[in-house]
Design a protein around this ligand. Structure first.
Ligand code: GTP
Length: 625
């Protein structure tokens, strides 16, 4: 119920209360007054009758009293005036008139106890005031009762019953009570009207404040309150309006800035405040996310974290993360980094051809988001396997790094949930924007790190890589209880190549040798350019008995390989020293020394051969590198 209505009802009830109270008090007061007044009138009339009777007795005309008593009824409003003689009087003066006999029990009681009685009586619908007053014998006054009556002081000589009509009095009383009630009513109505005029702006302002606050809670701060008065209430409205204008302006500015940051324009039907809070919260979370991934060690860790974010925050559990990598021929290829939360998972949502021909991936090719939520079928490479009969949609987001597409995030969802994902895309973009530079920095760091661990000329790992990686390698071998076969190899008479054909040709030969070695070993084996024309091959999970065979195979391949040089072709041989970890030593670096010792023996014993290290070759104190 509105304040105005409440106050009006309250004032109405208050006025009605006053009206009823005043009416009741008026009626009660009038009644009391009429009783008191009538009692006094009856007493006066009784006294007049007594005086008349006394004078009649003194003047000896008491016998003519009936006529006088009858004429009393002519007095206005006097209905009855009846005198009753007591037995004392009858005994002294003889029986009285017939009309002077006791007419009712009240008269009998008054005669008996000498106490006057008064009452209001309704006779035939006409209100009467009746009083029965005793005449008590008294010696006071001149003449007095006892001079004529032979009775004792205080004896009841008779009673007089007077009946007065109250009709006239009651009419007047009712009229006056009505006048009072009307006057009070009029004052009440005026008071209500005046109070309403006073209160109305309060109620209206309160209602208007309620409305604008409701709108504000819906995010709309454009509501204003009309200023109805210039008093305190008007001031409240003015202050409210100023505050609303301030908040509205501030919110618009924040909303605009946040929209610029998120790239999501505000929707007019949504709660602006809530949307802004959500966006700010999202920006804060995205900044926190960025701070976290900045401290992640590798890109994989970042992608893994992003995958968890997709699932936990955006409810996207089906997705692919592709990374663009240069293929052998230099063209960009795609590599699956994570699929549906599995790092390195198989390509599930696209034609696997995109891994080899990345141009088939529309997001990679165009560098723009590919919205398969609104435009199903936009990318032909999207080929989700029909697993559970659910129609799926996709949205692919390229992450630009160093001006080109570095990664592609593919979000997959059911057609039913596509609108929900569409709604969340703007927030997702914020995370991607934060993630892109971090990925780029990590990529750069990894590239730099990779280059510092590789030999620039041959592209093989260098000695630094071996130093950093060796602990991991040894731990892994121990865990698997497997062996590492070390082949230390060196080109025979390589100095002659440099001296004869120049260093450029020497480099060509070294590069060619690196290629032959790479083709001769498994992907899991480690190939290191150990220094100059010396190379180290670490064969993982090799059987020691086969170590020499593998080394021989490599030696043969190199021996048969024709190095293309400007003057034609060149053939070179290599010498190989073989040692096995942990068979030859529990220390990897010691095994490496043994392999070098074996290589030295191969050189010593004629070159172009493989020598397996044996304990007798080692002379304590030898420091080969
Ligand atoms: N072109 C070129 N030559 C290199 C490189 N690194 C080392 N060398 C040369 O490789 C030659 C190694 O010569 P030596 O250690 O005497 O051995 P070798 O001539 O192969 O004789 P043996 O090893 O005893 O068969 C040196 O002349 C080095 O300058 C390189 O990166 N490029």
């Amino acid at each position: 119920m509105s304040l105005n209505r409440k106050i009006t009802l309250l004032l109405g009830a208050f006025a009605l209360g006053i009206l009823v109270t005043v009416g009741a008090i008026s009626l009660y007061a009038f009644r009391s007054f009429s009783i008191v007044s009538s009692t006094a009138h009856v007493k006066t009339a009784a006294e007049i009758v007594r005086v008349y009777l006394t004078e009649s007795m003194i003047n000896g005309v008491i016998d003519k009293r009936e006529q006088g008593l009858n004429r009393l009824s002519e007095v206005y409003n006097l209905r009855t005036a009846r005198v009753v003689r007591s037995d004392f009087v009858n005994r002294q003066f003889g029986p009285g008139l017939s009309r002077e006999m006791v007419a009712d029990p009240i008269e009998a009681r008054v005669l008996a106890d000498g106490k006057a009685r008064f009452e209001v009586d309704e006779k035939d619908g006409a209100p009467l005031f009746r009083g029965t007053v005793p005449y008590i014998a008294s010696a006071r006054g001149e003449p007095n009762c006892l001079q004529c009556h032979a009775v004792e002081e205080g004896t009841v000589l008779g009673v007089v019953t007077i009946e007065l009509s109250l009709a006239d009095l009651r009419r007047r009383g009712a009229f006056e009570a009505l006048a009072v009630v009307l006057a009070v009513s009029l004052i009440s109505v005026l008071a209500i009207v005046w109070a309403r005029r006073l209160i109305l702006p309060v109620g209206d302002t309160a209602a208007a404040i309620g409305e604008v606050v409701q709108r504000a809670l819906q995010g709309d701060f454009k509501g204003r309150i009309s200023q109805r008065t210039r008093d305190d209430i008007g001031q409240i409205a003015a202050h409210m309006n100023r505050m609303l204008a301030f908040v509205d302006q501030g919110l618009s500015q924040i909303s605009e800035r946040v929209s610029q940051l998120t790239g999501r324009p505000p929707h007019c039907e949504e709660n602006q405040l809530q949307a802004t809070i959500d966006m700010v919260e999202n920006l804060t979370d995205a900044t926190r996310f960025k701070a976290t991934i900045e401290e992640d060690e590798a890109k994989t860790e970042i992608y893994e974290r992003f995958g968890r974010l997709l699932a936990e925050r955006f409810g996207v559990c089906e997705y692919s993360i592709y990374e663009v990598n240069a293929m052998d021929d230099g063209s960009p290829g795609l590599v699956t980094i994570a699929v549906d939360g599995v790092i390195g998972g198989a390509c599930r949502w696209c034609d696997p051809q995109i891994l080899l021909r990345s141009d088939l991936c529309r997001a990679r090719r165009s560098g723009h988001p590919v919205d398969g939520l609104l435009q199903p079928g936009i990318c032909l490479a999207f080929q989700p396997a029909e697993t559970d009969g659910v129609t799926r949609r996709h949205h692919c987001l390229p992450i630009i790094q160093s001006g080109t597409v570095g990664s592609v995030i593919q979000l997959v969802t059911s057609a039913a949930e596509a609108p929900l994902l569409q709604e969340r895309l703007a927030f997702l973009h914020v995370y991607l924007r934060e993630m892109a530079p971090v990925l780029e920095a990590k990529r750069l760091t990894e590239t730099l790190r990779d280059s510092s661990l590789r030999d620039a000329m041959t592209g093989l790992h260098n000695r630094r890589f071996l130093e950093e990686y060796i602990d991991t390698l040894v731990r892994s071998a121990r865990r698997r209880d497997s062996r590492l076969v070390l082949l230390m190899l060196d080109l025979d008479y390589f100095k002659m190549v440099n001296d004869t054909y120049g260093h450029d040709v020497g480099d060509t030969v070294l590069n060619g040798l690196a290629g032959v070695l790479q083709e001769s070993v498994r992907a899991s084996d480690i190939l290191v350019r150990f220094g100059g024309e010396e190379f180290l091959i670490v064969l993982q999970d090799a059987v020691p008995e086969d170590a020499v065979k593998v080394a021989e195979k490599i030696r043969h391949r190199v021996g048969e390989f024709k190095f293309q040089i400007a003057d034609g072709v060149l053939q070179k041989t290599i010498s190989i020293g073989v040692a096995v970890f942990p068979d030859d030593s529990e220390t990897f670096w010691q095994v490496l020394k043994y392999a070098d010792v074996a290589l030295y023996r191969a050189k010593e014993t004629g070159r172009d051969r493989v020598v397996r290290f044996t304990a007798d070759m080692w002379k304590p104190g030898t420091d080969l590198f």
